[in-house]
Design a protein. Structure first.
Length: 346
């Protein structure tokens, strides 16, 4: 016979454990507002804090654009792709070329003409970067699946080759990338000046995050991707061609890197052949903080990195170089597998 007293004693423990799991799942989300509050207390001036927060959110959103594809490639394909920066640079230079062809539209104060120039530039950059990703996967990554050391070596080699091709096609000098006329300047939020382009970057980043969440959680393809991240062998055993899914994810990740390259180039207003490799350090930090294969973790990690970089650069400029590394160390000491780890079934 069951002991009613034992069941009564166990029930609160089960409820407490469930509450603990829910709080643990929500804890990473609270890091972003917590960091913003700490930043406000340290900075003191509300107008300065608004400006830095907007800059940090915009920076984080653009890093998310570039890192979201890589985290899926890591999680689903188990590929350490150091060549991801090549697609960022390709996107930036292709976007620069298209915007150069449509310079008459970007120089006018009409938002519609500016969008008519910017949207095709982004679309072509994503198309070319996605095509480059297809070639990269077929000829460089495919032969070294499951061999991490070789993956690092060959993808680094692929990155160097792409950088040299960019130097041949566009020259060795850094290139100025002008923003469309309506995206220049700032708007006032209270007494704080916030650049228009940063607000646009925040909107685009949020839209992409929502779209990725809907695709991954509400569609059959998203279901297969998430299942492949957790147990690729089982998905293949059910009759799905996991290799084709790998290829599609790699192409989409490369296209997103191309989108991020255009956005980052317009943010910096300068592009170079090595811009992709230079930003890769931050991208890898974001992917590691978020947890391999986790879009939600990547999003939160990117916001944390963007906010912290801007706050520390204002408060302690010399410490800004190591602030993101310190953030990664702290997060990994708290959660060794990242904020939202995707655990693969064995």
């Amino acid at each position: 016979m069951s002991d009613p007293r034992g069941e009564t004693a166990i029930a609160p423990r089960i409820e407490q454990a469930g509450l603990g799991e829910r709080l643990g799942a929500r804890a990473p989300v609270l890091l972003v507002p917590a960091l913003a509050i700490v930043g406000f207390a340290a900075i003191g001036s509300s107008s300065t804090w608004i400006t830095l927060t907007a800059a940090g959110l915009a920076m984080g959103m653009m890093i998310f654009l570039m890192a979201s594809g890589l985290t899926l490639v890591f999680g689903l394909m188990d590929v350490i792709n150091f060549g991801h920066g090549a697609f960022i640079a390709i996107g930036a230079f292709v976007g620069f070329t298209v915007l150069g062809w449509l310079a008459g539209w970007t120089a006018t104060p009409s938002i519609w003409l500016n969008l008519a120039a910017l949207l095709p530039a982004i679309a072509v950059a994503m198309l070319v970067a996605g095509g480059a990703g297809y070639v990269f996967e077929r000829f460089i990554v495919k032969p070294v699946y499951g061999q991490h050391l070789k993956q690092i070596l060959v993808t680094m080699g692929g990155l160097i080759i792409v950088q040299q091709l960019i130097l041949v096609l566009w020259g060795p000098d850094s290139i100025h990338l002008s923003r469309p006329e309506t995206l220049r300047g700032s708007v006032l939020i209270g007494e704080a000046a916030v650049e228009k382009y940063r607000l646009v970057a925040v909107v685009i980043g949020l839209a992409l995050f929502v779209a990725m969440r809907l695709v991954l959680n509400r569609t059959r393809i998203g279901l297969l991707v998430r299942a492949g991240v957790e147990n690729g062998e089982m998905v293949e055993a059910l009759g799905y061609r996991i290799r084709r899914l790998f290829l599609a994810v790699f192409i989409v990740g490369s296209a997103l890197a191309g989108l991020g390259g255009v956005m980052w180039g317009l943010y910096q207003e300068t592009i170079t052949a090595h811009m992709g490799s230079e930003i890769m350090v931050l991208i890898f930090i974001v992917v590691i903080i978020g947890g391999l294969g986790s879009v939600e973790g990547c999003f939160i990690g990117a916001l944390l990195v963007g906010l912290l970089s801007n706050y520390v650069a204002f408060l302690m400029p010399k410490a800004s170089l190591v602030s993101t590394i310190a953030l990664m160390v702290v997060v990994l000491m708290w959660r060794p597998q990242g904020l939202y780890p995707v655990v693969k079934a064995k």
